[in-house]
Design a protein around this ligand. Structure first.
Ligand SMILES: [Mg+2]
Length: 314
């Protein structure tokens, strides 16, 4: 493709997958997809068996079956915790997963998790203390509640059973929230994980609710993907990523092509994160329908490559 096309991919919103200059090659080479769940693979209400508007639909499940049948690997890379992802992965027929925004890597069913705490020193946690508990001890939740009363709270019930990160909801100025956390002894980053629609919450005057994660400084989904690819003996050219939030866009640094579902384009943080990255595309469809759009394009590119390498007619 001419240089102008590559340049247009780096400025403005991400180009559609079916018009992205890097997509044909990336899709034909990749064998692993790192995918977010909520707002990406799943429909409204975190339902797999629903279209983007929540109507009953088998399309996404069917696409998962076809990827599995083709021997392609799906790896959930989500903010959800290890217990949740173990169950969801089993339902999809997948084996390994990355939980808690890259902090908890489970390399296979029944395998011990690997915890990543980024730039934290070894003595950041006390004996027997989880990184999750260390953040509470450091005062992370207290300082946010004090600085932003009524507009940030724990994302109940998903704040339970976590080992490294905290998940919150609300709508706070991110730079100011980060500045508040920077006053603590422990290096903690607050990350925006996109717009959510909780059925109930205790926030005051918040109309657009975002999910936030408190993460040890230096940990990203992209860093976890690099670790996981190395374990598999693969490189970024073997991998795709898909998501719907700004922290999902960061996966682009570790894969050949990162794709956001169309609903992600409503989030200004996603657009800001994608700006300047050439290897980010978007689907034309929303949520699971967009996920299916990527899966179908991936399968077609792999089939075309297999056909051409075997000498079969196009
Ligand atoms: Mg998401």
């Amino acid at each position: 493709m001419p240089a102008a096309s590559a340049a247009s991919a780096a400025s403005g919103p991400p180009l559609p997958l079916d018009a992205h200059p890097l997509a044909p090659h990336a899709l034909s080479c990749a064998s692993v997809l790192y995918t977010d769940l909520d707002g990406t693979l799943l429909g409204p209400g975190a339902c797999l068996l629903a279209d983007a508007r929540g109507a009953p639909w088998l399309g996404t499940a069917s696409a998962v079956v076809d990827l599995n049948r083709a021997g392609l690997t799906g790896v959930i890379c989500s903010g959800r915790n290890r217990l949740q992802l173990a169950e969801v992965s089993r339902l999809l027929g997948w084996d390994s997963f990355i939980a808690e925004i890259g902090c908890v890597i489970v390399p296979g069913r029944g395998k011990d998790p690997v915890f990543y705490t980024g730039e934290w020193p070894e003595d950041a946690t006390l004996p027997g203390e989880t990184p999750y508990e260390a953040m509470i001890r450091a005062g992370a939740l207290d300082v946010l509640a004090r600085e932003f009363p009524g507009i940030i709270e724990e994302h109940s019930p998903y704040h339970l059973n976590r080992e490294v990160t905290h998940v919150l909801r609300g709508n706070v100025p991110l730079a100011e929230a980060q500045a508040a956390l920077d006053t603590l002894e422990l290096a903690i980053r607050i990350a925006d994980n996109g717009i959510i629609h909780p059925p109930r919450h205790g926030l005051v005057g918040v109309t657009e609710v975002h999910a936030y994660h408190l993460i040890p400084d230096g940990v990203t989904k992209g860093g976890a993907i690099r670790e996981d690819l190395a374990r598999r003996g693969l490189t970024r050219k073997d991998a795709l990523a898909m998501g719907d939030s700004a922290i999902d866009v960061e996966m682009a640094e570790s894969v050949a092509l990162a794709v956001v579902v169309a609903n992600a384009l409503e989030d200004e943080w996603v657009l800001a994160a994608a700006s300047g990255r050439e290897n980010v595309a978007s689907t034309r469809a929303h949520r699971g329908e967009g996920w299916t759009e990527l899966a179908r394009a991936w399968l077609a590119a792999r089939a075309e490559r297999a056909g051409s390498s075997s000498g079969a007619p196009a």
